[in-house]
Structure formats: C-alpha cells, structure tokens
Design a protein around this ligand. Structure first.
Ligand code: SF4
Ligand code: SF4
Length: 550
C-alpha cells in the first residue's frame, strides 16, 4: 500500500462514514483507512447520547435492512425515555430541572437543544467496530496498527500528495536496531483527516496549508468509568435513563470553583452504568484533577445510590473540541473546511455542539458529505474541499453549529452561573475573544479536593493501555528549565496531577514523562500545560488504550 486513491486517516465514525458513502456511490473507488489503534474501536470513547437518524442515510445506502441486523440492535439497544437534567447543590441535594427544557422547547429557545429525549445511548467504541465491518464488507481497506505522523503537502501547488507513517522498531534512544522499519509514505489523490480531537496530522496540515480559526479551539476532558452494579440498582436506574448534571463539584452559585462541565450517567448494558465527568480545560485550580471531580460526583447522594458497592470494569479519558462554529479551521480564501484535495472531518474539525453535548451525528454527517463530495469531483479533485463544505452547509451540520456558535465562549467569559442561562440569548452576544485553555491556570486550589487520591494505576489498567516499552517516548517536555524555574515554584507541576494516567512524575529534581506507556492518548497535557511546554507525538501504531464499551 504505497499508493491509493483516497486515504482516510482515522477509523472512527467520521472516517468510516466517508469510506462507506464513497463506496456506495462509486463501488470501484479505491479507499484505504488507517488507524493507530490495534483493533477497531480501541481508541474511541464518548458519552454518548446519539441522534441516530444519520445512520439511515449512511447505512440505508448500502443495506435497506440495516436496522434488522444483530449489531444494529446491540448498538442501538437503549433509547432515551428518561432525560434527567440535574442541578447538584453540594454533595447531597439534587434537583431535576428537566422541566426547563420542556419550557424552552415550548418557547422555541436555544436552550431546548440540551434535550436528549428520543436519542440513543451508544458506545462509540462498539459503533466503530460495527461500522468497520460494514466498510470492509463494502470493499474498503481498513488497516489498524499504523500511526500517521505527517502530511506531505506541496505549498507551491497547494496540494497534498501523501501521508508519512510513524517509524516502527526504534529503540529507546532513537537508534535503529535490525528490526527497524522506516515509516512508509502512502501517496493518495485525496486525503481525509478524521483523526478525532486535536489530531496530530490535522494540526500540522492546518499550519502548512494556512487554514485559520476565527476563535481559538477550546477543549474539555472527559473521564469515564463503566461500573457493574446490582440488579436492584440497575432496575432503579433503568435502561433508558440519561443523567446530565451541572453544579457541584464544578461550580456553585456562591464562591464556587466556576468550572465548565458536569457529570453524566448512562446505561451501558444489563447491570452496567457508565459514570463520567466532563471538565472544560480552562479550569483555574493548579491542584485540580478531573478524576477528583469524578470521585466527588460518584460520592454525591444522587449518584451513589445507583453505583454504591459496584465494580469498575472499564475506564478511560478523552478530550472534546468545544470551540464550536468559529473554531472550525477554514481556508481563508474559500472558507472550505480543508484545502484543495484535503478534507477535515468530525472531531478533527471540531463539529461538536456543546449546547447539545453531542458531536457524533455531525461527525457521521461530515463523513457522508465527504464521501459524496469525492464521488462528485472525480474530474477535479482539487475542488473536493469546496464541494465538501457546500454539502456540509446543505446537510444541516453548519446550521446547527451556527445555532450554538457562541455558547462555549459565553460560558468561558461569563462563568457557568450566568453563561449557561444566557446561552438562551447567546446569538445576541458578540463573539468573545477567549484565550487558549492553558492561559487560565492560577495558583488557586480546588475547593473540593477529596481526602483520598484517585487510583490512577487501576484506571490505566482498566483502560488496558499499553505500548512497546523499547521505543522513544512519544511525550517531550520542550524546556525542562521552564518546569524547574517557573512552573514548579508557581503551580507545583500540574501535569503530575491532571494527567489521568499518572504519566508525569518528579524524578530527582526533574519533572519527566516517566511512564509514557501508560498514556491514554487524551492529549490533555499538550493543551493544559500552563507554559505550553509539552509536545505529544504519535507513538508506534498498535499502542494506546483498548476500549471495548466506551
Ligand atoms: Fe509544568 Fe508543563 Fe513542566 Fe509539567 S511539563 S512541570 S505542567 S511546565
Ligand atoms: Fe493524556 Fe498526556 Fe496523560 Fe497521555 S500523558 S494520558 S495524553 S494527559
């Protein structure tokens, strides 16, 4: 495989949707998808409540009876009929404010987007496995265990010609033992970047091709556990309930930590409930860890009754792109989400609607638009990014992104107490210029620090993360003097605290990425180090977490 017609980087829902659509439109098209995970779905983690209507468009094109398959029934087993929107006041009191959504719906105001009624509760990891099977059956070549390192982009002609893969077999010092294999360059006529949030190649392409974001991309991190609970607890929770909680332990009306985010709960399968915490990376407390907030959420009286005594069976972490419409990377001349023969899809572009707390439907719709655009531009592949953006505009993705376009910026500027309710009028506000997340850190301490430290070793074991130990570290601290002279005295080395996998440690006097093989590929360290002093590069393919039901 050193030449293909269409090369897709990332076998997640967006990339696979593009491959399946293109094959449905042009069965002879040569389509290859590469992914750094060892197996399909291993690196895919989400909430997730899912607006599943887009599957009819995607899968209806290849199989009219797709809904009758066993996989469809398994992936779409849980439909939301109980939509709890909780406000948590302290660690005991909880108020269901779902009535405000009904009111908002009746008044047709923006806030109503937060409703999840009628959506499906899915594991994106399982969804990805299923879509991989469908893509392969349609003749798509899906190759796992190969990580992409860079895009070969000709700035004089403004076209991309291929993707450089990561070298395999280097030793710890970067030497080349006999089993070393240089990362191949895979040439392609069209390249689709669907790597997920903060994609390594995507960000390099944005730089090389001169794409611009009108507003900074903002991120949050989600940490999540799947807990096996008793029959009675699951019966009480039900297989159709979703919980989205705001307030404690991230913000309170008076003197709270004022962080964006909240807790979530979903049924996963019989007797399994997932419990997660999403936190905007613009948190201020230098001793804060998202897992501390997860601990507090799990200990809240409302949550505890459903999970107390349960066993955590799987765990993981991932970043979410939250900047919305104005943070989409665009060609400044054409406004395309991409350039010439390169398209950016799904979370890699940032098609997440944080007011809805969803992005999966937009990721799949962007994949459909990409597949259709390529099929319609076979005689002029350099026009494919413009066609893709035109089809995105027609698909409703852009319209939806516009409707929530200033939400995250409003909350960042006004705080959750005012920013969330004022999102009702969000489109009337100017676009606030919000700095990148890492600027937000202060010496402030997290108010609700739990007495017991979170067990990160068990967390990473439950994510089943592993890498070949004898390879160079894929995490680099750019300037160690900054750690020693600026960060440690001022913030007490926050990467040690916030990395969910416990990768960073102080060894001797130095902060080091001591356990790179524990890394979950969430990339939080790269976006939250207060001195922008960490560089995440892709390790050899096949490493990283091995999610099954996340
Ligand atoms: Fe601070 Fe970043 Fe150094 Fe960690 S890597 S100690 S967060 S400057
Ligand atoms: Fe996430 Fe960075 Fe920790 Fe890896 S090292 S788990 S990317 S915060």
């Amino acid at each position: 495989m050193s030449k293909t017609s269409v090369l897709i980087v990332g076998a997640g829902p967006a990339g696979l949707a593009a491959a399946i659509t293109l094959k449905a439109e042009q069965p002879d098209a040569e389509v290859c998808v590469i992914d750094k995970a060892a197996e399909p779905g291993n690196h895919n983690l989400s909430g997730a409540t899912f607006q599943a209507e887009c599957l009819s468009t995607l899968l209806g094109a290849v199989d009219r009876n797709w809904e009758k398959s066993e996989q469809a029934k398994d992936v779409l087993a849980h439909k939301v009929t109980k939509d709890n929107v909780m406000f948590l006041a302290g660690d005991k009191f909880a108020f269901n404010i779902a009535f405000s959504l009904k009111l908002a719906k009746r008044l047709r105001i923006n806030f109503a987007q937060m409703s999840h009624q009628g959506n499906y509760i899915v594991s994106v990891s399982k969804l990805t496995k299923w879509l991989t099977q469908i893509a392969k059956k349609a003749g798509v070549e899906v190759i796992h265990g190969f990580a992409a390192e860079d895009i070969i982009y000709d700035t004089t002609k403004n076209i991309a010609t291929g993707i450089k893969l990561v070298d395999q077999g280097l030793d710890k010092q970067g030497g080349k033992p006999p089993n070393y294999v240089a990362g191949e360059i895979v040439n392609a006529d069209v390249i689709i970047l669907a790597e997920g949030c903060d994609g390594l190649v995507t960000e390099k392409f944005i730089q090389k091709a001169g794409l611009v974001r009108k507003a900074n991309q903002l991120y949050s991190i989600g940490v999540k556990e799947i807990i096996k609970v008793s029959d009675e607890q699951f019966k009480k929770f039900t297989a159709e309930r979703v919980v989205h909680a705001m307030g404690y332990p991230l913000w309170t009306p008076v003197l709270g930590p004022a962080m964006f985010g909240g807790g979530v709960m979903h049924p996963v399968s019989q007797n399994h409930i997932d419990v997660g915490m999403i936190v905007g990376l613009d948190w201020k407390g230098c001793d804060f860890s998202p897992q501390d907030a997860l601990t507090n959420f799990k200990n809240h009286k409302f949550v505890k009754k459903f999970i107390d005594g349960g066993t955590v069976v799987e765990a993981g972490a991932k970043m979410i792109p939250e900047g919305g419409f104005y943070a989409l990377p665009r060609n400044p001349q054409t406004f395309a989400i991409g350039k010439s023969n390169v398209l950016i899809l799904g979370d890699a572009a940032g098609f997440v609607n944080m007011l809805k707390m969803k992005g999966l439907h937009n990721a799949i719709k962007s994949g459909i638009a990409a597949g259709q655009a390529i099929a319609r531009c076979t005689n002029n592949l350099n026009a494919v990014s413009s066609k893709y953006t035109e089809l995105l505009n027609m698909s409703g993705v852009m319209e939806e992104m516009k409707q929530s376009s200033r939400f995250r910026q409003n909350v960042a500027k006004l705080g959750p107490l005012f920013g969330i309710p004022l999102s009702v009028f969000g489109q009337k506000f100017p676009l606030f210029n919000v700095e990148k997340d890492y600027f937000a850190l202060t010496r402030r301490k997290y108010k609700y620090k739990p007495a017991k430290s979170y067990d990160k070793n068990t967390f990473t074991a439950l994510a089943e993360t592993a890498h070949r130990e004898e390879q160079p570290s894929h995490l680099t601290i750019i300037n160690r003097n900054i750690c020693a002279q600026k960060c440690t005295p001022k913030f007490n080395s926050p990467c040690i605290t916030f990395c969910p996998a416990g990768v960073y440690e102080t060894i001797g006097e130095q902060v080091k990425p001591a356990n790179p093989s524990n890394c979950l590929h969430c990339k939080t360290c790269q976006r939250k180090c207060p001195f922008d002093n960490i560089c995440w590069t892709a390790p050899e393919g096949g490493g990283g977490p091995r999610y099954k039901n996340m």
